[in-house]
Design a protein around this ligand. Structure first.
Ligand SMILES: *Cc1c(COP(=O)(O)O)cnc(C)c1O
Ligand SMILES: [Zn+2]
Length: 446
């Protein structure tokens, strides 16, 4: 059975375009496009049979279905032929019960979905595999695409660079100068991307890359390109799959450009349409107080939206004042009984450090999600017996600077509560022993 997907205008004007067309916005009304699937055709297979098929493929080696994105190919991007898939075996990230952290935070059933345990260290791989595969497909069909470009707060460029390097396609990444971590900067450099460091912020890079791509044969890889959303939406399918096809009560996700929260919702809607699930979770989107345009809009019941000038935040991947996917995100939040919360620098850094003390190793964005959870539990908006999933978006090793400066008490506006510094000692048995027994009582206690 051949499945097919297409771009469709998200504004309701219903214009359609082929997925192998170089297009990001509706030609008629200028709105963002969405990838649509033939749901009737997907329903030819029963929900039970889909679950069995997806489970059979999950993390096996049959190309390209072992990848948790391509294992769901019919629901993601059936239009790419298997030979043109550019995959690094994405998805399949661990989902675990954070028992100790949950207890400390006053909830009974807290789970962490470690999307940062990924090829390039963030969830961005899930979407980039789809986008770069479609580019390879278009090139193989004879379309002239000279390269693929993106603006990035760090992780998108790392993913684009890796997938393009794997496919041998030129990648061009636009980074705001001095606003990404060293680890994030070294990734595109190592993968051979043309790395442009612009003296502006993310929103400034975005403006230029849009112009470059609209006037030249360079393909735009930012999340206004809805192919990426298709890959990213597999996080919801995968997580339900990991819960043996049960839906959790609440999912908390940090949001910047708001592609990921839109993708999360889209995955659940698809599963419900096909009949794989029959209820929806509540979705909580969280922002740093320094870059909180969605939160501001939420406070006004989403009646209006105003972009803000994003201030510098430790949660650098969500330092975005004018999110591209704002309309999609608001639509999803309304459908999913959504909540938006914010976290200050102090709250996010301490939440990340507290979680680290229970065995995690969190990026600052996951810190934002954890801080928001704490606040929402205190306000009783999240109940202590609900099953809660935190979407951890990147690997902590990408943000070692943040962690070192936390423990050295060098972060602005942060009063660190969980400092743990190395103890310098002479190499002498008695001194070492004395120190151990002086400190032992406090080690791993909270
Ligand atoms: C991209 C990113 C986000 C934000 O996702 P959006 O789709 O822009 O809302 C959050 N955390 C990390 C680590 C990211 O790389
Ligand atoms: Zn339109």
């Amino acid at each position: 059975m051949s499945h097919k997907a297409w771009f469709q205008c998200a504004s309701g004007c219903d214009e359609r375009y082929e997925l192998n067309e170089v297009i990001y916005k509706c030609k008629k009304c200028g709105n963002l496009l969405e990838v649509k699937h033939d749901i009737e055709k997907l329903k030819h297979r029963s929900p039970k049979s889909w679950m069995r098929l997806l489970d059979e493929r999950y993390r096996r080696t049959k190309w390209p279905y072992g990848s948790s994105v391509w294992g769901k190919k019919e629901m993601v991007c059936p239009n790419v032929s298997d030979d043109n898939v550019v995959s690094l075996y994405e998805g399949g990230s661990n989902l675990f019960w954070a028992e100790r952290l949950g207890k400390i935070m006053g909830v009974e059933d807290l789970w962490i979905k470690q999307c940062g345990n990924a090829h390039t260290g963030s969830f961005k791989d899930l979407g980039m595999t789809v986008l770069v595969s479609m580019v390879k497909q278009m090139i193989s069909e004879g379309k002239e695409i000279l390269g693929v470009a993106c603006a990035s707060t760090g992780d998108t460029s790392a993913a684009l660079a890796a997938y393009c390097a794997a496919a041998g396609i030129p990648a061009i990444v636009f980074l705001p100068k001095d606003k990404v971590s060293t680890a994030q900067l070294i990734q595109p450099i190592a993968n051979g991307a043309l790395t442009l460091s612009l003296d502006t912020d993310f929103d400034g890079c975005m403006e230029i890359v849009r112009e470059i791509c609209s006037k030249n044969k360079i393909y735009l890889a930012n999340s206004m390109n809805s192919l990426r959303i298709e890959g990213q939406k597999t996080v919801s399918i995968e997580l339900v799959q990991q819960f043996d096809w049960e839906v959790p009560d609440v999912i908390i996700v940090p949001g910047g450009n708001l592609g990921n929260v839109s993708a999360l919702g889209k995955g659940f809607i698809l599963m419900k349409d096909i009949g794989i699930i029959n209820k929806l979770p509540r979705i909580v989107c969280v922002q740093a107080s320094k870059a909180n345009p969605l939160y501001q809009s939420y406070l006004k019941g989403f009646k209006e939206f105003k972009p803000v000038k994003a201030q510098k935040t430790l949660a650098s991947a969500i330092q975005i004042g004018n999110p591209v996917s704002i309309n999609k995100a608001i639509k999803i939040l309304k459908m999913f009984n959504g909540i938006v919360e914010e976290a200050t620098e102090d709250e996010l850094a301490n939440a990340a450090a507290l979680a680290d003390r229970t065995g995690l190793f969190n990026c600052p964005h996951t810190g934002v999600a954890l801080a928001a959870l704490s606040k929402l539990v205190k306000k009783n908006e999240i109940k202590k017996n609900e099953q809660i999933v935190i979407i951890s978006t990147a690997h902590g090793l990408k943000f070692t600077d943040f962690k070192i400066r936390y423990h050295e008490n060098k972060l602005d506006e942060v009063n660190p509560k969980y400092v743990n510094l190395p103890v310098e000692l002479p190499p002498e048995y008695e001194v070492v022993k004395k120190t151990i027994f002086e400190k032992l009582e406090t080690v791993n206690k909270l």
